[in-house]
Design a protein around this ligand. Sequence first.
Ligand code: NDP
Length: 258
Amino acid sequence: MSLAGKTAVITGGGRGIGAAVAGALAAEGARVLLAARSLGQVEAAARELGQRGFEAHAAACDVTLESSVRELEASARSLLGQVDILVNNAGTASSAPIESTTLDEWNRIMAVNATGPFLCTRAFIGGMAERGWGRVVNVASVTSRVGSRYIAAYTASKHAVLGFTRVAAAEYARAGISVNAVCPGYVDTEMTTESVERVMQRTGLDRERALAAILETVNQKRLISVDEVAFVVASLCAVHAGGINGQAIVIDGGGLLS
Ligand code: NDP
């Protein structure tokens, strides 16, 4: 197991991609702490990992709040001792044309997807630097790399987190830390179910046709699985992956070819 002896904090670890990442890191030997606003959900996910024989903990955290991230840092210190790996996965999405995007919605999306990774990275990266080893993986999106209609706030937030990834990679390159982003296309999670529901509401299509309309924009005509994303995240955390730094790894079945 390549991560034996390492510890990891995964934000948004209660479901979807975050839960799969927690499982993949635990399977590689890391002791993990799952954080999200819904304590019951992260507790259930941690319990499930515990039943599989892994050490997993849960903590409530809203990544948009400095005080909450500080509490997460304190919980991590008492539960794990130190944090070697941070996966900034917590995220949220919505869609609307620019003219009907409210400032509140813009700020909400930016706070979770861009400010959250900044606050969490700032909380944990100093300890990694002191010990001379660390991994930060930001779960960004293909929308970190391209623009398309009706997702201005989400796209801006995901471009922001990629910019932040590159700066953090540069600042900590000499401290034994790598900071990378993964950029998935549509993944089979609740977030995509909600996207399908938004298409249904806007177009009147039934669920099957709404999903088909989304998949029409996807090269492999399928959703990416959470395990495919978790595999790449865990690979970036491996000891031998230290040379990969400041990168944005696209996981979309070959849609974005640049
Ligand atoms: P889900 O909606 O299934 O899960 C999102 C997770 O983030 C939940 O655990 C949620 O828990 C947590 N979260 C949301 N807001 C906050 C907050 N303020 N503080 C702490 N935790 C929070 O989404 P996915 O698993 O699909 O998405 C995970 C990441 O992957 C996101 O960053 C998303 O943008 C990105 N992504 C997803 C794609 C997809 O197609 N699904 C494609 C590309 C990228 P809670 O609500 O309890 O806080």
